[in-house]
Design a protein around this ligand. Structure first.
Ligand code: NAP
Length: 394
């Protein structure tokens, strides 16, 4: 067992393919009807309303990133429509128009609710299978100006190289018609690559692809990041993985929401890694930030990856967010975000993210807080810390 929690963010070494070959599929003709929204000189970072309010369709919108996009769009004065099945949090955003249907055009009413409707921009937050993205993008292309597709850094074939940018080789899969993520989410990244291409093919020169790393902050359903501030509040000696200098990249969901709206406003095109925060973050700094924000004094005990791997048992819970800094995952937390920053991506501080995550956590009902969905169990942590102390003294 490895000390990397199973999550759709994990990329392992995959077959390399050139980015140029992947870009090739986007060469189609721009439909005459639809125009991308013209560039807006103001930005969400200005804090103000957009110079030109847009009509924005969000595919998805009601779990984690979606609500942050909705909030950012509303703050900027845009008119938002949501399209989803109405299964998750249908009571949220009573003020918005809600269209019901399914990303799968062959399921139920499929995409019928979108037919014939016009929007300035669409933000696709829940595209996982290329057939679904192709269907929505092709249907919307004649009537919508611009398509933003929320992708992932799991699209890259490898995370070995430090500081890699959007030109890094992309992941591939043998059977592109598969519609499942695989046992260890090994198809999640390659499927997202194909989704990106489907959007770009339907909206040539009118597509923005956003590739976030770990998205964190309030409403995160995974508890991967939440584990750290919550664990710090418990105090005492605390198992800390690897070394305090191991790099960490996370993006606050609120920063990402603003960037998605900025992409629509500025009609950004191309691919953008969306990894934060603005400051250079490490595991040591993250734990310091958790202590500071929570007013806690947990003392990290740094345990080597080799020892952790030797101690791991099924049911221990894993160590979220951290990824071993070395070997084929050396670049996992070091993606270049320069292109997105140059385009206007802005970051709040990690202290702000930690504080907001904890504040949200304490607002949750007791049943939700009874058990974190990620992270080491208290028993596993004590067992490993005891063994580590023996190793050090023995
Ligand atoms: N979390 C991370 O760390 C991370 C990292 C990198 C990239 N990402 C990407 O970030 C995006 C955000 O995910 P999120 O869950 O936070 O987004 P979200 O927009 O907040 O929630 C997902 C939405 O999709 C809708 N939906 C799901 N299946 C659907 C279907 N078949 N037809 C119609 N609507 C459907 C859901 O509503 P209903 O269920 O009611 O239909 C819900 O509104 C994803 O694209 C993910 O790949 C996430």
């Amino acid at each position: 067992m490895e000390w990397r929690d199973v999550n759709p963010m994990h990329t392992s070494r995959r077959e390399f393919v050139t980015a140029a070959a992947l870009l090739g599929s986007a060469a189609a003709v721009r439909p005459a009807l639809a125009q991308a929204p013209s560039a807006d000189p103001s930005t969400p970072a200005d804090g103000g309303r957009a110079a030109r309010p847009l009509e924005i369709l969000i595919l998805g919108g009601t779990i984690f990133l979606g609500p942050a996009i909705v909030d950012a769009a509303k703050r900027r004065g845009h008119k938002v429509t949501l399209f989803n099945r109405g299964k998750h949090n249908p009571e949220w955003f009573p003020e918005l128009e809600k269209l019901r249907g399914d990303r799968d055009p062959d399921k139920g009413e499929g995409l019928k609710a979108l037919a014939g409707r016009k929007w300035d921009a669409v933000i696709d937050d829940c595209g996982y299978f290329p057939r679904h993205v192709k269907a929505s993008a092709e249907l919307l292309a004649p009537n919508v100006g611009h398509y933003t597709f929320i992708s992932t850094i799991s699209t890259y074939a490898s995370s070995e190289v430090e500081g890699a940018d959007e030109s890094a080789p992309l992941a591939t899969m043998a059977d592109p018609t598969l519609e499942e993520f695989g046992k260890s989410f090994e198809y999640y990244g390659p499927l997202k690559v194909l989704c990106e291409q489907a959007a770009e093919a339907a909206f040539p020169q009118r597509t923005c692809v956003i590739r976030p790393g770990f998205i964190v902050g309030p409403k995160d359903t995974t508890d991967r990041f939440t584990y750290w501030p919550v664990r710090v509040v418990r105090g005492d000696d605390m198992l800390a993985p690897g070394s305090p200098t191991d790099p960490v990249q996370v993006i606050d969901v609120r920063d990402l929401g603003e960037f998605a709206v900025l992409a629509a406003e500025k009609a950004l095109t191309g691919r953008f890694n969306a990894c934060g925060p603005g400051e250079t973050l490490t595991m040591g700094k993250l734990i310091e930030s958790c202590n500071r924000s929570a007013g806690a004094t947990a003392k990290p005990v740094w345990v080597t990856p080799e020892f952790l791997n030797a101690q791991a048992r099924p049911g221990d819970g894993g160590i979220p967010i951290w990824v071993e800094y070395g070997g084929e995952s050396k670049g996992f937390h070091t993606w270049s975000n320069k292109r997105a920053v140059d385009a206007g991506l802005r970051f709040r501080s990690i202290d702000d993210t930690v504080a907001a995550t904890l504040a949200w956590w304490y607002e949750q009902p007791a049943e939700r807080r009874a058990k974190l969905r990620a992270g080491l169990t208290a028993e596993a942590e004590s067992r490993i810390l005891e063994a580590w102390a023996k190793e050090k003294t023995g």
